[in-house]
Design a protein around this ligand. Structure first.
Ligand code: CMP
Length: 142
């Protein structure tokens, strides 16, 4: 069986984490927990309170809003950041389309990581703004 890949190594391969100093990656990795979801598992449900931020390391998830497909996300992408940033319920449902592995950060660790790593926070903000622009109807912005 293949050796498990250390969490730090998994983070180095993720675009928004690239260029962070090794010290920061090691500290972030210590707060992360590996989670595996089987095909069809609902990872985040629209309307629920948000506890976790998820970074996909393997697999594909579907984001849906009011039962309508919004888009798929795959390895290196993340979800669950919105409810943690604005302290509101989950804006969409996220379902595993196949067996999917994620690294999870809980709310308090997620916020601490962003405060300690402004470059990461800015990169994440860029992705979030893009998401809101592409699908304003899912976020009451239209
Ligand atoms: P959150 O609202 O915490 O929970 C649902 C998640 O789905 C949300 O965070 C985003 O991570 C993700 N999401 C919502 N809308 C979009 C979108 N238009 N594109 C990509 N991901 C989205």
């Amino acid at each position: 069986m293949a050796e498990p890949v250390p969490l730090v190594q998994q983070l180095v391969n993720v675009p928004i984490f690239k260029d962070l100093p090794a010290r920061s990656l090691e500290s972030i990795a210590r707060s992360m927990r590996e989670r595996t979801y089987e095909k069809g598992a609902v990872i985040v449900r629209q309307g629920d309170p948000g506890v976790g931020f998820f970074l996909i390391t393997d697999g594909v998830v579907e984001v849906s809003h009011d039962g309508h497909h919004v888009r798929d996300l795959g390895a290196g992408e993340f979800f669950g950041e919105m409810a943690l940033m604005e302290e509101r319920p989950r804006s969409a449902t996220v379902t595993a389309k196949e067996r999917t592995r994620c690294l999870q950060l809980v709310r308090w660790d997620f916020r601490a990581v962003l405060k300690e790593n402004p470059d990461l926070a800015v990169r994440m903000l860029e992705v979030v703004v893009q998401r809101l622009r592409e699908h304003p109807q899912s976020h009451e912005l239209d």
